[in-house]
Design a protein around this ligand. Structure first.
Ligand SMILES: N[C@@H](CCC(=O)N[C@@H](CS)C(=O)NCC(=O)O)C(=O)O
Length: 233
């Protein structure tokens, strides 16, 4: 059994989709990040970085419990555990390259674009422009990769497509202002739709309503999510 530490946000969404795709048994463990539950000692022991997603696999290597944090590490682990969605052995160099591209590029730049357009206490045009442009550049890199390919690995659906889906889902928040924020990248848009149409994607999205997560962005939420904005006490 796998305990899945979850909040309805992009990085946990990738893992939700992977768990649903593999059929591995799991229990949902909500972590209400707007209430600061990611900083509680019990969760800190599972993820020292105080962020979701994380998992505890009670049947880890050698039958011992294993904790994993960071969505891309979890995606690879679950791929290896289930023997699914990692492509062919010869795909490994591309799989690793694109997984790290999403982990270190698409994800963080999208996250910062959201932050500076929706959460920053003041609008900083330089930061907004920088992160929007970097997201657009990353979309373009993926668009070129998809030329002549149905999925990011080629003809096989993999953890790469699931990882991209977690962030493409949020394109309207990442690039607000455009009616269809993915319109300029038709192959990427089609990939998003292909993944989003899968039954597992619907089941993954249904997890968002399984718990009554806090929605208010009040003082408690701001302190929990952006502690670096507040002086250490
Ligand atoms: N590199 C990490 C990033 C995790 C991350 O930023 N998670 C966000 C949700 S998408 C979070 O926990 N936010 C709450 C917080 O930062 O306190 C991963 O890929 O899992």
């Amino acid at each position: 059994m796998i305990d899945f530490y979850f909040h309805p946000t992009p990085n946990p969404a990738k893992v939700a989709l992977m768990l649903e795709e593999t059929g591995l048994p799991y229990r949902l463990k909500p972590v209400d990040t707007r209430k600061g539950e990611q900083h509680e000692p019990a969760f800190h022991a599972i993820n020292p970085n105080d962020k979701v997603p994380a998992i505890v696999d009670h049947d880890g290597p050698d039958g011992a419990p294993a904790r994993l944090f960071d969505s891309s590490a979890i995606m690879l682990y679950l791929g290896e555990k289930s023997g699914q969605f990692l492509g062919r052995p010869g795909d490994r160099p591309e799989l690793l390259s694109w997984l790290f591209f999403i982990a270190s590029g698409l994800g963080p730049f999208s996250g910062q674009a959201v932050h500076f357009q929706h959460a920053a206490p003041e609008r900083l045009e330089y930061a907004v422009n920088r992160y929007r442009r970097e997201v657009q550049r990353h979309y373009q890199v993926l668009e070129e990769r998809l030329e002549g390919r149905e999925y990011l690995l080629g003809d096989q659906y993999s953890i790469l497509d699931m990882s991209a889906w977690g962030w493409l889902e949020r394109a309207p928040r990442v690039l607000p202002g455009d009616d269809d924020p993915l319109a300029a990248w038709p192959r990427l848009h089609a990939l998003y739709q292909r993944v989003d149409a899968r039954p597992a994607a619907a089941r993954a999205k249904a997890l968002d309503t399984r718990h009554d997560f806090k929605t208010e962005m009040d003082e408690q939420a701001l302190r929990a999510l952006f502690p670096s904005n507040y002086p250490a006490t």
